[in-house]
Design a protein around this ligand. Structure first.
Ligand code: PFF
Length: 448
């Protein structure tokens, strides 16, 4: 097969079959599953929303996931050069770069939040977290100090080290060790939350469908989250796809990743809702849920310091395996663009990402309020621009590319002729229209 067309790395440095699936699941399963998914599910009708999410995942998520993997394996390069190579048109390099830029932005603040989870694991295991009952103040003090920068540095260093080691002995090995650990932690925590007194109320809130809350907006929110959750639109699956063996079935891999992500989201809901309901807490979202609301529950349950510690380790693992995938997108691009070694590319990218992340680390605590504008902090802007603007844009670009531009998609995607027609129809018509809707809502062009 295409010898000499290997865009990056040595030819031997590829994923194994399982390694690829683990790494892709590691990327998909992240902070989003725990602090966004349960919240939007609660807000938009519980099980009814969950059902819509599953439909979005199957009908749009999987086809786009498969498209990204195929573009990567076909193009054998970064998210930018793969599209140039497959289309023969330079302009696609610029479109591809949008997602590389976006994933770099996400990485810069994602590392900050991953650092928070590590600090909280430490606080919980040592019991320091429970020294005061005012968890809002504890969190506020923490993020306005300098400790977050220390932890951000640790996360960037760890991620950079994994990426620097390479694909099979770095990224693949990291995921192969951490993902089974993640599953074990998840099982422990689900059992803990389901056996809490009053857990049933939380479960029924999560799983009793309320179809009256379903609106067109809810559907687009579900779809937008399906994209974020599967790490689509940010060049991750293209970049990982470039290291996949030609013999591997991509549709099988896409299915496994979709299932893994869905299962994790479901179990995350079975942790968050029973735990918050058992202690009469409000299941909110984001940092508030994870760092302020849940500690109340941990402080009140037997062995809560341990369960809390394990919970934050779970979050850290989920975040680190996603961070690794985000960094690899930029590293692959730098290696290829400036023809440098992996190590050098990691150094350069890692240092810049750390620096770009600094204002995010500082702004969450209000230290750089002079950077605020339009009612958003630096951190909020990074999150908003990358996940709400660049991500749907990147998703739109890749669907148009695989649906309309790239003629070799059929061979790469190894689908039966019937499924291929379904896939292409989705990529050509359904996905782009819906993604434009997601974009209009998430970018705030039309209001929720
Ligand atoms: N999928 C990750 C999550 O759900 O937290 C986040 C993410 C990773 C988004 C990589 C986008 C991406 F490219």
């Amino acid at each position: 097969n295409g010898a000499g067309s290997e865009g990056q790395g040595s030819k031997a440095d590829q994923f194994s079959r399982w390694g690829f699936i683990m790494a892709a699941i590691g990327s998909a399963v992240g902070l989003g599953n725990m602090w966004k998914f349960p919240y939007i599910t609660g807000k938009y009708g519980g099980a009814a929303f969950f059902l819509v999410f599953i439909i979005c995942l199957i009908v749009v998520g999987l086809p786009v996931l498969l498209a990204e993997m195929a573009v990567g394996r076909g193009g054998r390069g970064s998210a930018s050069s793969s599209m140039v190579r497959l289309s023969g048109k330079k302009a696609w390099g610029g479109f591809g770069f949008i997602s590389i830029f976006g994933s770099f932005m996400i990485f810069s603040y994602y590392a900050v939040v991953a650092g928070w989870t590590l600090h909280y694991a430490y606080l919980s295991f040592t019991g320091q977290l429970f020294a005061s009952n005012d968890f809002g103040a504890t969190f506020g003090n923490f993020i306005s100090g300098s400790l977050p920068v220390f932890w951000q540095f640790i996360v960037v260093l760890l991620t950079a080290w994994v990426v620097a080691v390479g694909i099979s002995s770095g990224i693949e090995r990291f995921n192969k060790i951490l993902i089974p650990g993640l599953v074990a932690l998840l099982i422990i925590l689900v059992i803990r939350s389901l056996t809490l007194e009053g857990a049933a109320e939380g479960v029924s809130f999560f799983l009793d469908p309320d179809f009256s809350k379903l609106s067109p907006t809810a559907i687009l929110v579900a779809l937008g989250h399906a994209f974020f959750s599967l790490s689509l639109g940010m060049g991750v699956m293209i970049t990982y796809g470039a290291y996949v063996n030609k013999k591997q079935s991509l549709s099988g891999a896409a299915l496994a990743v979709g299932l893994g992500d869905l299962l994790y989201a479901f179990l995350a809901g079975l942790i968050i809702f029973p735990t918050t309901f058992a202690f009469n807490l409000e299941p909110t979202q984001g940092a508030g849920l994870v760092f302020v609301v849940l500690p109340v529950a941990f402080s009140a349950m037997p062995f809560g310091a341990w369960f809390g510690g394990l919970f934050f380790i779970l979050l850290a693992v989920a975040a680190l395996t996603s961070a690794v995938s985000l960094l690899e997108v930029a590293v692959a691009f730098v290696m290829e663009k400036w023809k440098t070694s992996r190590t050098k590319a990691v150094w350069v990218t890692g240092i810049i990402a750390f620096l770009v992340g600094l204002p995010s680390a500082a702004s969450a605590g209000g230290a750089v309020d002079f950077l605020n504008f339009g009612g958003k902090s630096f951190f909020d802007w990074m999150d908003f621009l990358s996940s709400n603007v660049l991500l749907p844009l990147g998703g739109l670009i890749v669907t148009i590319f695989a649906g309309w531009v790239w003629k070799g998609a059929y061979e790469e995607a190894d689908l039966t002729p019937g499924w291929y027609r379904v896939w292409r129809f989705t990529l050509r018509y359904i996905a782009p229209i819906l993604v434009v809707g997601v974009f209009l809502i998430s970018a705030g062009v039309i209001s929720e």
